[in-house]
Design a protein around this ligand. Structure first.
Ligand code: PAF
Length: 278
């Protein structure tokens, strides 16, 4: 594994690998790597010749008052975890990623990016799409991997890739859960013991949806959402719970095999998201 800071050097190396017919995978991350990230990297390792993991805490995807400044930066530990499972760790400097003159150019998705998480984090997906497009152009991967805990992010990146004819296969990776059921997230490290106990209600409430569908074939998204809410309130401050069709992100009234339930809530001041594919 080689750590690379310069985008030019990385790009050149990748082009040489491509000339030799090697397949390239990219796993974009913001670091503070957990088991869920490692699971994704290992999957990429199985499916391609060269694996790049990028680590960059992207300032423009954080809104005012969000946790950009305190976001855990654990680069030495991260490099250690990646030592034997990828080829390159790309750790660009902020000034190399965002040249002063380019602030006005963005990828705008004016529909789904304004719903769900985008309703509460107004500029979040604009920032995500911009960094991901930049990373794609630097790393020119054949495959790029995204965890499905951030399902809306995955959906928008896939949409951008299709819209701009990027020749990249966007690979979804199922949610990786800790033994207690909590979906792995870098932000889980903010939780103390008591908060973690409360946070477990998120996955438990999603399981209630599964149980209810199985036991009584309940199809009403509204009724299923209410079951979740009754489990979460008053322990957690729910931002949204929604049911959508995962192929187009349109709201769903009647549950079918394409239904995706998505939740965002605050556990005290820690914002957590999770989802369930029915
Ligand atoms: O999911 C993340 O960690 C980030 O949003 C990503 C895709 C690395 C872009 O900064």
């Amino acid at each position: 594994m080689e750590k690379i800071v310069s985008k030019e050097i990385l790009h050149k190396k990748i082009k040489e690998h491509k000339k030799k017919g090697k397949t390239i995978s990219l796993v974009p991350t913001m670091g503070n790597l957990h088991d869920g990230h490692i699971f994704i990297v290992k999957k990429a390792r199985e499916e391609s010749d060269i694996v790049i993991v990028s680590i960059f805490v992207n300032p423009i995807q954080f809104g005012k008052g969000e946790d950009y400044k305190i976001y855990p930066r654990t680069i030495d530990k991260d490099l250690d975890k990646l030592k034997n499972i990828c080829d390159y760790v790309f750790v660009p400097k902020e000034e190399d990623v965002y040249e002063k003159s380019s602030k006005d150019i963005n990828v705008a998705e004016d529909n789904i990016a304004k719903t769900l998480c985008g309703k509460f984090r107004k500029t979040h997906f604009k920032g995500v799409l911009k960094i991901v497009l930049k990373l794609f152009n630097i790393c020119i991967p054949d495959f790029a991997y995204f965890g499905l805990k951030d399902y809306q992010q995955y959906f928008l990146i896939k949409k951008m890739t299709k819209e701009f004819n990027l020749n990249i296969d966007i690979k979804p990776v199922s949610i990786y859960r800790d033994k207690d059921g909590l979906a792995t997230s870098s932000r889980n490290s903010y939780l103390d013991k008591e908060q973690r106990k409360k946070a477990l209600k998120i996955s438990e409430s999603l399981n209630l949806i599964k149980d209810k569908i199985k036991s009584s074939n309940e199809k009403s998204a509204e009724k299923l959402k209410k079951i979740v809410l009754s489990k979460l309130i008053p322990n957690l401050d729910v931002q949204y719970i929604e049911a959508v069709n995962k192929t187009n992100f349109e709201k769903t009234k009647t549950v079918d095999s394409n239904t995706l339930f998505l939740i965002s809530c605050f556990c005290d001041n820690v914002r957590l998201i999770d989802n369930l594919e029915v």
